[in-house]
Design a protein around this ligand. Structure first.
Ligand code: MN
Length: 484
């Protein structure tokens, strides 16, 4: 049975906050409980179960008191007949704006694959006003999808599909890994029941017995780190999540033999220097698979994700992915954009400032402060809110780019090092010029040469801020070198 999250649990995860924050959240908690009175969920449990759960998720993510309060209150206007005026008087303008934003987003419905990108765009445009709206909406959706078993059958599939097609990709784009994975795993069985059964069967036969093995491997590497002087480490190990395994299986014709990251160990070490040392230690312990070291610290993913990944042979015929990162990188990988809106003191516990990972998120916060210049808005719209084209690498990986992107954007989206050495490009097997506009479904191949370098023209050819930025940096370095 679903249960109400007690106020004490919420205040407990807010331990480090001020008394004012506690009082504000407490007031919202009691206000909501009273307002929704006798309303019930599908399960028959009080409606307040849902609201207290959303409040808890937000508090647990370290969000500010106003966001937690808005999460608790998000349905009082629509479903509990409280007026906007009332909320404004009791909780202020900011909370009211957040609730209004969440209510508007609630009207968004999944209407088939072909239209979901449009919904995605609308959702992102809505968040430009205040990104906390989407964070509340994600927490709201997370609880709803975690209780899908109580929802009438004819509604389940729609909610599940909507979650996989709209909300999980948004959580991913905002790099809120902690929510993205849960949304997918809760929704998967109801969105694609047949496929889910298949994946479960594959896991049952191939993966289960590995769980004991991975625990042992994890202990081995932790001891090895300590013996090499890297202490104060944390970490975890996991078996790949069901939905993410399913997506990977699709790419590999459902053949599990080709998937190397079913088992993964995560090592969280104090500094970036320690990350590279830990990589060396892992490789001394287990032989690495050639060509599978990914340095997302030096080259973050487009959503800002940072970590080192390597795949190793564990000596008993199995593979293991080792992910290595600092606590700051780990915090951002799980909270993503939310980390930037979280309670500030939480983030600076080590006296270190956050890594500068979310250039575009910072742009959004600048927008919020209404200090945005036309340029900022243009960049934002170009990269995140406009329609996107999906193109493919020759191996079939999907690259998601804004409309009017060129092979240059494609190359930089894969890796800055590829971008910086483009010598030519092929689209659907034919040689094209570097300013060719890519179309939906194009298969793009980029040729590189070590001697090839960006030119000024490339800035005009590129559409994405990411590509333009790298080209500018490369040009600056080039001119410095010639000046010498
Ligand atoms: Mn709700």
């Amino acid at each position: 049975m679903e249960r109400i999250t007690p106020l004490e649990d919420i205040l407990d995860v807010m331990k480090s906050r001020t008394a004012d924050d506690h009082a504000f959240v407490t007031k919202a908690y009691h206000y909501t409980e009273l307002a929704h009175g006798g309303q019930k969920r599908y399960s028959g449990a009080p409606y307040f179960v849902h609201l207290s759960a959303v409040g808890f998720t937000l508090a647990d993510m370290g969000m500010d008191a106003k966001t937690i309060a808005a999460g608790l209150l998000h349905d009082v206007i629509e479903d509990a007949k409280r007026t906007e005026e009332d909320i404004q008087i009791e909780f202020g303008d900011e909370v009211l704006l957040l609730i209004q934003g969440v209510t508007k987003l609630g009207k968004l419905k999944y209407r088939g694959v072909e239209r979901h990108m449009e919904s995605l765009r609308k959702l992102l445009v809505a968040t430009a006003k205040d990104i906390r709206v989407i964070i509340i909406k994600l927490a709201d959706r997370l609880h709803n999808v975690s209780t899908l078993r109580y929802v009438p059958e004819h509604k389940r599939e729609r909610i599940a599909l909507e979650t996989l097609q709209i909300y999980a990709p948004i959580a991913n784009r905002l790099s809120i890994g902690s929510i993205k994975g849960l949304l997918e795993d809760y929704a998967f069985p109801y969105a694609y029941p047949e496929e889910y059964k298949k994946v479960e069967a594959i896991i049952a036969t191939h993966v289960r017995d590995n769980e004991k093995r991975i625990e042992k491997l994890y202990r081995t590497i932790q001891i090895e780190l300590a013996q090499n002087g890297i202490t104060d480490t944390r970490g975890s190990f996991r078996v790949k999540r069901t939905y993410s395994l399913y997506k990977k299986l699709l790419k590999h014709h459902m053949n599990i033999e080709n998937i190397y990251d079913i088992l993964a160990i995560r090592l969280i070490v104090p500094t970036i220097g320690d990350c590279y040392r830990a990589l060396g230690i892992a490789h001394a312990l287990w032989r690495p698979l050639p060509g599978r070291i990914k340095d997302y610290i030096a080259f973050p993913k487009p959503n800002g994700y940072q970590s080192i990944h390597t795949t190793v042979f564990t000596g008993d015929g199995g593979f293991l992915e080792v992910q290595i990162r600092t606590p700051e990188m780990d915090n951002e990988a799980s909270l993503g954009v939310a980390a930037h809106f979280a309670y500030k003191e939480n983030l600076n516990t080590n006296g270190k400032s956050l890594p500068t990972r979310f250039a575009w998120v910072k742009e959004i916060s600048k927008l919020q402060k209404a200090a945005a210049t036309g340029d900022y808005i243009q960049t934002l719209h170009t990269d995140f809110f406009e329609d996107r084209v999906f193109v493919f690498t020759p191996k079939g990986d999907v690259i998601d780019l804004p409309v009017d992107s060129t092979p240059i954007d494609f190359a930089y989206a894969i890796h800055s090092d590829i971008g910086n050495h483009i010598a030519g490009a092929k689209v659907n097997g034919k040689l094209v010029s570097l300013d060719t506009v890519l179309k939906y479904g194009d298969i793009v191949e980029v040729e590189t040469k070590r001697s090839a370098k960006p030119t000024k023209k490339w800035i005009d050819y590129a559409k994405t801020a990411l590509a333009k930025k790298h080209i500018r940096v490369a040009l600056q370095e080039e001119s410095k070198n010639t000046a010498k």
